[in-house]
Design a binder for this molecule. Sequence first.
Ligand code: UD1
Ligand code: UDP
Length: 354
Amino acid sequence: MKILSIVGARPEFIQAMPVSRAIGVFHREILVHTGQHYDYKMSQQFFDELEISTPHYNLGAGSSSQARQTAEIMISMEDVILKEKPDYMIVRGDTNSTIAAALVAAKLNVPFAHIEAGERSFNRRMPEEINRLVVDGLADRHFCVSQAAVQHLRAEGINGSVVQVGDVMLDALRFVLPLARSKSDVLQRLNIQPKKYSLVTIHRPANTDDPLRLSSILSALNQTDEIVILPVHPRTRKALEALELHLGDSLHIIDPVGYFDMLVLEENARLIATDSGGVQREAYYMSVPCLTLRDETEWTATVETGWNKLVGANAKMILDNWFNFLPPAEHPFIYGDGTAALRIAGILNEVPIY
Ligand code: UD1
Ligand code: UDP
């Protein structure tokens, strides 16, 4: 089959790697980068590190409002689909790139699979929740990470097309971690010791675009009495600059790091605090306790196992749990065994071509 595979934002580049390797054996994959993320440290660095082939198309969408960004991607995507006439498409996750590609595919009658289908926060104030609902409503095949996602889809009347394959982010992590350990010198560069620091990421609009929440989180991070490494997403850097906070010496705000450095920072952290979906899961896979800086999460199984705790943006909650949150000894497999991409490829091999 000729498969048009869509990526646009940081986690999608990482997710694409194991899937491209698995489907590339049997199918011709045309990789389309929407250009939603474009800074070197948000985009090209992942292609370089993970040796993902250069996308056949870069739609150059860039940053904009929700509607404009989605619309820009849709317009260019339509041209690509009309030109390439793919047999099938793959979209992943919950970004504006995902919804834009899904809408165009559905209207041009190109069947498509959604990887990471069925996840729900049940918070429709999140753009990602809207994207997920629409994309899952239109997709022909739903590849789910979690049992919860399968149940959410069932509750929405989506059944026959659903397969729980596990998390392709776990595939990527397992594949890359040994390489990351040998290649990354991030601990030396930052002059930090294993398990003697915490790692924090913040990028959700609910935190970055609300000065009260962002100040509250930063105020907690400032008071932890521990080295805190905070690789900042560009939207967070802008929000922090606007707040003009006084930050202590133990809080290290650095540029976004590559995947090798990120995996090494995660594996060696004593604690991770994040509002990222990918980082919550990676904390679990690395058996590092995680505080989630949100009021709800799609990744409920990580919370149910006792390895992740929702602390919102409340400085007292964050500080009360910083040194006191201790996960149990049990650490079950919750999101598959790192073979999701192979399962996806196996199922796509059965797609009839008309
Ligand atoms: C997007 C996704 C989010 C995902 C995240 C991964 C949507 C609605 N959101 O959020 O689900 O978790 O990617 O990181 O699709 N910017 C730059 N350089 C870049 C990219 C972004 O400076 O290369 C800045 C711009 O000011 C931009 C802002 O970051 O306005 C937000 O970028 P955008 O892609 O719209 O959303 P994310 O917050 O990255
Ligand atoms: N990541 C990275 N460098 C960073 C921050 C994150 O390589 O500075 C990786 C992280 O390990 C995970 C993915 O990016 O694999 C998560 O992306 P992000 O937090 O931007 O989005 P989300 O998962 O919330 O959609």
